[in-house]
Design a protein around this ligand. Structure first.
Ligand code: PMP
Length: 372
């Protein structure tokens, strides 16, 4: 009888609620405005010849490298950040190795690490989901071969100081340190400039070659459906990761539109500016409604509803708005994650929130912002 590997049989399925997503989708942190019209126009212009050919990744990779101020040898395009995580796990994790993650966080780090037979070491975030740098350092061992940190983090919206990440990378030279910057555009701080670009900056960080940075076109660029991500790291390490990747991992349509997506920074910038002002607006409103929330550095806000979390999600769904219940994430009991989108969509969300808070009797009357 054919049996899957033990490591695979022990995995918990990650099944995001993808079915029946009709309505205003504030549940997956996608862009609610969609991609640049220039990207759509390029997509519409694709012909049969392009689709008949195997995709060629390198030209788009060069454009992305130049956009990031990196050498093409330091950049690999991937099938979303998901594939970047998978590739790092395949490249660095042996069975029995340890993969360290700070929880709550994005679910795919643990899945890909466990699939390699690695042991996942979870470190709980501090009060108000602050990054527990000291606890991470204390949990390092010679078997630590992967450390994955989302910055900003999902689902909390919390950010990590660059110095803490560098300190961890320096303390664990035997481990690949993935800094997942999927929400970079809404935060604006990155490890890339100082860590990879040019010899001087590498000198500044003490010659470390183990940090990797991931970026995605799924969020601010509105291209989650095309599946395009970026993995950046030191050239010598990236050459190893490249050995594991399929040469055709990113599809031709995605590669064709990528230069347009990058060039239309005005479009992305305008959307990001809207999200930032709407994030502020939503947070203020949550405070007025007396709901606990954690100030966010990303395009979503985590809010504590309490025991009525499932009813809250249902009541919003009844009003045509999808949000994500994070109740089962460590430390997120009773909490729900709301994606922040365009002006119009935030207006709709805030109107519905007022109704639902009234309907469920959630209003406490006290502004209760929880400072991270
Ligand atoms: N990293 C984080 C922190 C995320 O929240 C997500 C999406 N939810 C991803 C990666 C996945 O990104 P992609 O669509 O590029 O695979």
């Amino acid at each position: 009888m054919l049996e899957a590997r033990e490591a695979v049989k022990n995995l918990h399925a990650y099944r995001p609620p993808l079915a029946g997503r009709t309505g205003l989708r504030l549940d997956f942190n996608e862009s609610t405005a969609g991609c640049s019209p220039r990207v759509l126009a390029r997509l519409r212009s694709l012909d049969a010849e392009l689709l008949a050919r195997y995709p060629e990744r390198e030209p788009a990779e060069k454009e992305v490298a130049s956009f990031l101020g990196l050498d093409p040898a330091q950049v690999l395009l991937t099938n979303g950040v998901d594939e970047a995580i998978h590739l790092l796990c395949s490249t660095y994790l042996n069975p029995g190795d340890e993969a360290l993650i700070v929880v709550p966080t994005f679910g795919m780090y643990a899945i890909f690490a466990q699939a390699e037979g690695a042991r996942v070491v979870e470190v709980r975030a501090g009060d108000n989901f602050t990054f527990p740098a000291e606890d991470v350092l204390a949990k390092l061992s010679p078997r630590t071969r992967l450390i994955a940190v989302a910055n900003p983090n999902n689902p909390t919206g919390a950010a990590v100081e660059r110095d803490a990440l560098i300190q961890i990378a320096q303390a664990a030279p035997q481990a690949a340190v993935l800094v997942d910057e999927a929400y970079f555009e809404f935060h604006g701080e990155t490890l890339i400039d100082q860590t990879f670009a040019g010899q001087t900056s590498i000198d500044q960080t003490g010659q470390i070659e183990n940090p990797f940075v991931a970026r995605t076109f799924s969020k601010a660029y509105g291209l989650a459906g095309l599946r395009i991500g970026i993995l950046a790291g030191e050239a010598r390490q990236m050459a190893m990761v490249r050995l594991v990747a399929s040469p055709y991992n990113v599809n031709a349509a995605a590669l064709a539109v990528l230069p347009e997506a990058l060039q239309d920074q005005e479009y992305v910038g305008r959307y990001v500016a809207q999200v930032l002002s709407n994030r502020e607006r939503l947070q203020q409103e949550l405070g007025h409604l007396g709901l606990h929330y954690w100030p966010s550095h990303a395009n979503f806000v985590l809010v504590r509803i309490g025991s009525a979390h499932a009813e809250f999600v249902r009541a919003l769904r009844d009003r045509g708005i999808l949000v994500r219940d994070r109740h089962t994430d460590p430390g997120c009991e009773g909490s729900v994650r709301l994606t922040v989108g365009s002006d119009e969509h935030t207006e709709t969300l805030i109107g519905a929130l007022r109704d639902v808070v009234e309907q469920l009797g959630l209003r406490t009357g006290l502004p209760t912002e929880v400072r991270a």
